[in-house]
Design a protein around this ligand. Structure first.
Ligand SMILES: Nc1ncnc2c1ncn2[C@@H]1O[C@H](COP(=O)(O)OP(=O)(O)OP(=O)(O)O)[C@@H](O)[C@H]1O
Length: 257
């Protein structure tokens, strides 16, 4: 996928020797990687490889046990989650964090106002005239224009994932971490998600954990493969597909959910 990077800008993400220990067990160990502004990076690896733990450390859901994390050139290693959010970081979770009783329109509206649940709960209420229009734009971006008045409870699984992404876009994030957006989607819902990922604004840096190899490789510029908490391989989707070590640990039977 052709992407024009801003070479003058600081790296969107730069991590050095990052690790996270649970007791005596290193779930993530000595991981270093660099992601450029606007890059689309997939993080692959078999179950238990440390992908979600890495995300949790990047977002500040978990503190690091070792190493440094820089975002946009700034050291955020010790920075609490809400400050990272203020700096333009957003994430989605493996299981959608949505309110079933709200409509799509209200969910997006509340996200725009900064009062939705999960991550956005830290944001102050900022009602304004543009919020309704912005909610509609987000519905369009996330492919949900026809569902604006539907209750979240009545959306398909795929539409819920779309809504979650739409909500994450509400405050113009600089970097978006998506944790298995295709998890639980039916085969017919998957191409639509891939299309949505490809259509997201190009200035947003996206890091994607995904077990669906087809979606991960199709929507990313570069891939980092984790195994046993460590970085096993890094390269273009083509490099990774032909990497023997990756085949052995990941494609050769350990393929997720
Ligand atoms: N809070 C925790 N306490 C103890 N061990 C943990 C904790 N969270 C994760 N782990 C362990 O760390 C390892 C990495 O888990 P993690 O969820 O990051 O892997 P993953 O690559 O995201 O896996 P999956 O693809 O199954 O989601 C696993 O062995 C897991 O059991």
């Amino acid at each position: 996928m052709p992407v024009s990077y801003d070479h003058k800008a600081a790296n969107a993400l730069e991590i050095q020797g990052v690790g996270r220990r649970f007791g005596g067990f290193w779930a993530v160990k000595d991981v270093s990687l660099t992601v450029r502004p606007g890059e689309r990076r997939a993080v692959l690896g078999p179950n238990g490889a440390g992908k979600t733990t890495l995300f949790n450390v990047l977002t500040g859901d978990l503190v690091t046990s070792a190493g440094t994390i820089r975002m946009d050139g700034a050291d955020v290693t010790q920075m609490p989650m809400h400050k990272r959010i203020k700096g333009g970081l957003r994430r989605t979770y493996q299981h959608a964090h949505l309110f079933n009783g709200l409509t799509v329109r209200d969910s997006l509206f509340l996200s725009v106002c900064g009062v939705a649940g999960g991550w956005q709960r830290f944001m102050p209420l900022r009602l304004n005239d543009g919020a309704v229009a912005k909610a509609e734009t987000l519905a369009q971006l996330s492919g949900l224009s026809a569902e604006l008045d539907r209750e979240v409870a009545n959306l398909s699984h795929g539409q819920r994932r779309q809504l979650e992404i739409g909500m994450a876009l509400a405050e113009n994030p600089k970097m978006l971490l998506l944790d298995e957006p295709a998890a639980g989607l039916s085969p017919s819902e998957r191409p639509r998600l891939a299309e949505l990922l490809l259509s997201l604004p190009k200035h947003i840096t996206i890091i994607l954990i995904e077990h669906d190899m087809d979606i991960a490789l199709k929507t990313s510029d570069s891939v980092s493969v984790l195994h046993n908490g460590q970085l096993l391989a890094e390269g273009t989707p083509e490099n990774i597909m032909s990497n023997e070590a990756v085949h052995k640990v990941y494609m050769g039977g350990a393929h997720g959910h």
